[in-house]
Design a binder for this molecule. Structure first.
Ligand code: SAM
Length: 258
């Protein structure tokens, strides 16, 4: 069982989103646990204030040290050890599938969600082990980023997805994008499902899927392909479906002869 404790000013946001579908079911089955801790509950101010103006002036409000620290301390007191604390931050390391895989190895993660202009730097220095970003843009609070992290890490926890194979074939699992998927009907506005998928020949279907995964990674995300070591089989496979100018561009991406 993997446990997430989320320090936030807006716990309701989590209940609405994380209670549904696969992640909701995983909680129901005891595979993951998501607790929200309302930072405001730890404010010592009579108006339950949690933010203040920035020292040195400037825009917006900054979340104060004390309520966040005390909310964190309440988790430590309850579990009896110092759990790994991640601050969701646009200044952090960018979340990707490999990082999600590493995070899955933790039994317990604490996610700290900032809001407004962010949080007092001293909280980061005192309690945060790692800052993680969901991309090079800024959203209003750490709640959506924390939910993205919880979702992508949780689906790697054994048993959360009904079919474990469904993520090992998926985009980014081994650096490739996934092949195209089809379901019924067979024909839609004159577009038919590729014949190979109707053949029932599994070896040929797997070969076609591998070829399509290579092809679409090359066309949509050449940056990903440049990171991969392609063996001769893969190079031959993608070579079958590239035109001459694409072959040249693949050669320059891979920096070697096809
Ligand atoms: C408006 S942002 C503050 C941004 C901060 N002033 C800065 O420039 O780095 C408020 C909060 O949203 C969260 N946040 C915003 N963008 C994020 C991103 N790309 N990834 C993760 N968290 C993000 C962080 O928790 C942050 O404290």
């Amino acid at each position: 069982m993997m446990k997430f404790d989320v320090l936030t000013l807006f716990p309701e946001i989590f209940k609405a989103v994380m209670g549904e579908s696969i992640i909701g079911r995983a909680q129901g089955n005891g595979l993951i646990e998501i607790n929200t801790i309302n930072i405001r509950d730890f404010s010592k101010d009579k108006h339950r204030k949690v933010d203040d103006y920035p020292y040195g002036g400037g825009n917006g409000m900054v979340m104060m040290v004390q309520p966040i620290y005390d909310a964190y301390a309440s988790i430590v007191e309850k579990c009896g050890y110092k759990p790994r604390v991640i601050y969701m931050s646009p200044q952090g390391k960018t979340l990707n599938q490999e990082l999600a895989r590493q995070l899955k190895e933790n039994e317990h993660l604490v996610l700290l969600c900032g809001h407004y202009e962010g949080i007092d730097e001293r909280v980061i220095e005192e309690i945060v082990d790692e800052e993680i970003s969901i991309g090079d843009y800024v959203v209003t609070g750490g709640e959506l980023p924390a939910m993205v992290l919880i979702d992508c890490v949780s689906r790697l926890v054994p048993g959360v997805l009904s079919n474990e194979g469904s993520f090992s074939d998926e985009s980014h699992f081994e650096g490739l994008l996934e092949y195209p998927q089809y379901t019924r009907p067979y024909e839609f506005i004159n577009r038919k499902v590729p014949d190979i998928l109707m053949s029932g020949h599994h070896a040929n279907i797997n070969r076609w899927r591998r070829q399509q995964a290579l092809l679409r990674t090359f066309r949509k995300r050449p940056d990903l392909l440049s990171e991969l070591e392609l063996d001769k089989q893969d190079t031959d496979l993608i070579g079958e479906v590239l035109d001459d100018s694409e072959k040249l561009s693949l050669k320059s991406i891979k920096g070697r002869k096809m």
